[in-house]
Structure formats: C-alpha cells, structure tokens
Design a protein around this ligand. Structure first.
Ligand SMILES: Nc1ncnc2c1ncn2[C@@H]1O[C@H](COP(=O)(O)OP(=O)(O)OP(=O)(O)O)[C@@H](O)[C@H]1O
Ligand SMILES: [Mg+2]
Length: 360
C-alpha cells in the first residue's frame, strides 16, 4: 500500500522480500532474496535513494551497512533496535517521561515471580522480541500460568512482566515525522481487539477533547523518544478515570491507520513515503464524519481462495482490501473493509456486514 502511494506520485519503487509471499508481486520491481545477506542487500541498495522497511523484523543492521550519502535508511537502525525489543522500547518511553504500565524486565524466573507478586498476581507476560497479533503474550493469574508463560515465552535475556491494565478502551494514534522534525498527527482512533487481535477501528474515538489532546501529545513525545523518521503507530490504554498509558509502538504504517486511505485527506501510506523522503507532509485530517475498519482474518489454512467478494462489494460504500497473500492461515490478517459515513453506527454496521461476507 505504501508502494502504491509512491507510484501515484511518480516515485520509482522496488521491493525486497525474503520469499515470494504475494502482496508485492505485481508492484514495481519485486526482488526476492535473503535480506540477512549483506551482498543481497548491497546489490538491492545500489540504485536506491531511500530504503524503508514495512516490518520491525527487517534486518536493520544490514540495511544500515549499505546506508551512505547516496542511500538513506529510515527508520534508522537505532530506532528499529529500540522498538523491536519490548523491554528496550518501554525503557526508552519511560526515560522520556511517558506513562507506560508498570513493567519489569525479568532475567530469571525468580524475578518474574517477584514481579507477578508485586503487580497483584495478575500480569501480562510478553516475549521481548518477535511477537505480533498477541502471539507472544500470555495473561498470567496463577503460579502455574507463570511457569507456563516462562517456559513458552522467555528468551536468553528473559521475559517482560507487565502489570495487567484494567483499561476502559484501547486507542491508537498515527504520527508521520520527517528527518527535518516536521510532523503530522492523525485523529485518535478507538481500537477493539478480539483474542489479542485487532478486530475493529473506529474514528472519531468517543473520548473527551482533553483525552484526545493528551493522546496526541503522548504520541508525538513517543516519536521523539525513539528518534522516529517515518510513520509511527502508537497504541494506548485509557483507564476509567481518563488516565492514559502507552502500550506499544510500531515503526511503520499500522493496521489501525488503514482507515486513512478512504477517510483522510492524505493516507498513512502516502505520508510514510513523504516523511522518509523528507517531502512536505500531507493533511492528516478526516474528510468524512466517521469511518470504521474491520479486519478480515483467515478462516482456515492453505492456499488462498477468496469467497464472498461479490456480496461484500454489493454493500453500499464498502471499500474492500484483499492483500494478495499467497497462503492463508486461521486468524491471519488477509484484508480489511473500510466504510465511511455520517455516523459511526452506520459505518460499523455496513463494515461488519461486508467483512462478514468474505471467506478466505
Ligand atoms: N498490560 C496489559 N494489560 C491488559 N491487556 C493487555 C496488556 N498488554 C496487552 N494487552 C492486550 O493484548 C493486546 C495485544 O498486546 P500487545 O499490543 O502488547 O501485543 P502484540 O502482539 O505486540 O500486538 P499487535 O496485535 O499490536 O501486533 C493489547 O491490544 C491488549 O488488548
Ligand atoms: Mg499491540
């Protein structure tokens, strides 16, 4: 989606993927190669002015080796290194004075047990690196669950233990920020997870003006705390009393910003491209009253076959996005539907209806 936004502005793009997974197959020059191989990366980088990544797991250090006065890499490898490790990420936010849930980086099981006791015997255990869509997290309420979480999730440097946050709502904010320091902030969205996975995104979020401003301020402070260049997704928890905590950061266009394609003057993908190229940033504001995005997840495992597209497209105003992934797994994010409307209730009903028709 970033590549499509770039192509529309006449910017030449090419992509490097470790395997022929599908989505970029027909876009620009799609190179397949082992991105951990410095020679592959050097060859790929030869005619690039700017390299960016759409995954925090891309080998930033190797990309950085090819960075020179002719080729920039954004976000920088330092930013990616900080964000991809949940312990380092939380510390960077905390050091910048940004509120995060109480947490402990536990290097031994004894430390994990102590943290579990300190946080009232209800915690979320999180793998330091490599988790997404809730894979890599476990809610822990008993000693048996703590032992299981340690066995399943602890790495050589241990495990993150975080106090369980009894949030009222989950929010997200997208920030686009350039090397020059210019930035734009998208409207705060309400996000709903099912089984630790994002199901629905609603904008505008049903929050007070004060909470909106605080969320925006925390998002901008987070971008600065990790020296971000590009698009940053900031996930937040809102408590009953309106207090906010940053949950986590994503150094890329984010699932909770997909609605911007149809609902905002400039999409998160276009502003990602603009920010890494240090071009003027586009207007992030809504051009509609309300929008809802519903994720479309895989229903089974195997090669992709999409059913129900006709019925989904027959729903008035439904913008259907299917990512073109070659293989489907149960619960894998395969696409999404966005509906814009004059009110969130109408947008929600139509988006759920259209997404419900699609089976992959
Ligand atoms: N400390 C916490 N207290 C309560 N719920 C939590 C906590 N941490 C995470 N969760 C729940 O689990 C979801 C996923 O957690 P998190 O964002 O840390 O995981 P992830 O796998 O990296 O996420 P993503 O789905 O964004 O890729 C959160 O959106 C929230 O619903
Ligand atoms: Mg998350």
């Amino acid at each position: 989606m970033s590549a499509l936004a770039a192509i529309r502005m006449g910017i030449r793009i090419k992509t490097l993927s470790p395997t022929a997974s599908g989505p970029v197959a027909n876009i620009g020059e799609a190179c397949i190669g082992d991105w951990n191989d410095p020679l592959v990366m050097a060859e790929f980088a030869k005619d690039c002015d700017v390299i960016t990544v759409e995954s925090e797991w891309a080998p930033a250090e190797i990309a950085e080796q090819v960075a020179s006065s002719n080729t920039q890499v954004w976000p920088s490898s330092a930013t990616l290194r900080t964000i991809r490790h949940k312990g380092r990420q939380k510390k960077a936010l905390q050091d910048a004075g940004i509120a995060v849930p109480s947490y402990t980086c536990c290097s031994s099981f004894a430390e994990a047990e102590q943290a579990w006791l300190d946080y009232g015997q209800k915690v979320v255990a999180k793998k330091f690196e490599g988790s997404y869509d809730g894979y890599g997290n476990a809610t822990v309420r008993s000693m048996a669950e703590l032992k299981q979480a340690w066995a399943d999730l602890a790495a050589d440097d241990g495990l993150l233990i975080e106090s369980f946050v009894p949030f009222k709502r989950e929010l997200a904010v997208m920030v686009a920020i350039s090397e020059s320091g210019d930035f734009v902030v998208y409207p705060v969205v309400d996000t709903e997870q099912q089984n630790h996975r994002c199901h629905a995104v609603t904008v505008p979020a049903p929050i007070s003006t004060r909470t909106h401003q605080e969320a925006v301020d925390m998002a901008v402070a987070s971008a600065r705390a990790v020296s971000m260049v590009g698009m940053l997704g900031v996930e937040l928890f809102e408590l009953e009393n309106g207090e906010l905590f940053v949950n986590e950061l994503a150094p890329r266009p984010h699932n909770t910003g997909h609605y911007t394609i149809e609902a905002c003057h400039t999409s998160q993908f276009e502003n990602h491209i603009r920010s890494v190229l240090n071009l003027p940033l586009g207007d992030p504001s809504l051009q509609v009253s309300a929008a809802v995005m519903i994720n479309v997840l895989g229903k089974r495992s195997g090669p992709v076959q999409t059913d129900g597209l006709k019925q989904a497209l027959a729903v008035s105003g439904a913008a259907v996005h299917i990512y073109g992934k070659k293989d489907v797994r149960e619960h894998r994010k395969m696409g999404h539907v966005t509906v814009t409307s004059s009110d969130v209730e109408t947008a929600r009903a139509l988006a759920e209806q259209a997404a419900g028709h699609i089976h992959l």
